[in-house]
Write a protein that binds this ligand. Sequence first.
Ligand code: G6P
Length: 474
Amino acid sequence: MSKAIIISNRLPIKIVTKKNKNTLHHSEGGLATGLESVFKKSNDNIWVGWPGMVVKDTDAQLDIENQLAEMHLKPIFLSKKQVDGFYLGFSNATLWPIFHYATNYARYNDADWKIYQEVNEKFAEVIIPLVEDGDTIWIHDYHLLLLPRLIKEKCKNVSIGFFQHIPFPSFEIFRLIPWRKQLLDGMLGADLLGFHTIDDVNHFIDSASRLLDTTINSNVIFYKGEISSVDAFPMGIDFEKFNSKLPKLQATQKDVANLKRQFGDTKIVLSIDRLDYSKGILPRIHAFEQFLQKHSEYKGKVTLFMIVVPSRDSIYRYKELKDEIDKVVGDINARFRTLDWRPIEYFYQSFPVEYLSALYQMSDICLVTPMRDGMNLVCKEYVASRNEEDGVLILSEMAGSSRELGDALIVNPNDIGQIEEAIVAAIKMSPKEQQIRMVKMRQIIEKFNIVHWVKIFMEKLREVKKLQTSFKTK
Ligand code: G6P
């Protein structure tokens, strides 16, 4: 029986350290939840990826490998040099800034590129022996752009899907990368390429048509005698988890009660992101500062609850951003605080999902203003958590999710005045209008959930295989 092989840079695990011993647990992240529907169909299914740490000792590697095997996960161990060149270097200091239009932040380093190739090849070497005829291979994200081609060269009778979770930039930006042709060639080893939005799809097709010797018919690309299809699959979330499962848990209810006690009638404006310059954290803080300056009537009545989850903090640009956030938040709190109110409750840490659920339920406004975001799932989690059909979402037009969530207050993340006005509009919005907007958004998030996302991707992949066969038999 054929199986599915899922491949992503990070394995869906969390590491729990107790008494100096690491134990590995399945993480309940969005992708892992969605893929369960594919994954649980067969015991042979496997997920391949990096366990997220450098493990030098071979006995420790074996121990991790055994623990993961029970969860159908296969680790790829990377050396410190590979983590530096592949993960921190080419993936996150070249591709990430370019794909998020932060061109000034990109570095083009030939040594990083070589290691990126080496690690993609390493993934291929581990995966190829696992592949059998008829298997479905689904590769995720920008860390592994060369992998579809590497697998296709060696494995003929398989279906290869690729999904990119971050934006694909316009040709004028993508062309800046010295290795742009090799990257496209690698991606086009996939039978089906998926992106979050139609814009990403169009940008990819534009680059492929200008840079490679391709023939294009709508969403189908003919290249090197092969056929690939490209389409938009906006990723969803596990709606029921945020709508009903988490709110019913005792831990969540305890957190809700604590937040109620802590904040009373104070309105909470929620902001949750990984530390990243693409998330627009600083302009968002400045918009809140402008709100405080212009609306002294809300002094003591509104709090920005801001969670920044540590991420990639050994990359200079991330460290620099962290320092700047610390400084600006400190300055605002010092200037505007009263004896019993701090305008910004700022946390540089991650929180358990139960606490996030409590926050989503308790926040009157959710402020999501990325400069660029492939999709953004925080805003979807907020909407799914609002089972009383109230609350206001303020959402950047640069997030992929803004295509689906037109009933949010849509803002340009560079327009600080517009964000400030949106905060005021959200505070003043009538319960009726909140409900009308929230109900429409909730319907979309419920219908186009994570299981639906996996299902339509897999259906499309089967369709592409049929299309390829029909061309071969002609
Ligand atoms: C983005 C990427 C993911 C990545 C995540 C966290 O959402 O699309 O592939 O896993 O960021 O980043 P990290 O560098 O910690 O894996």
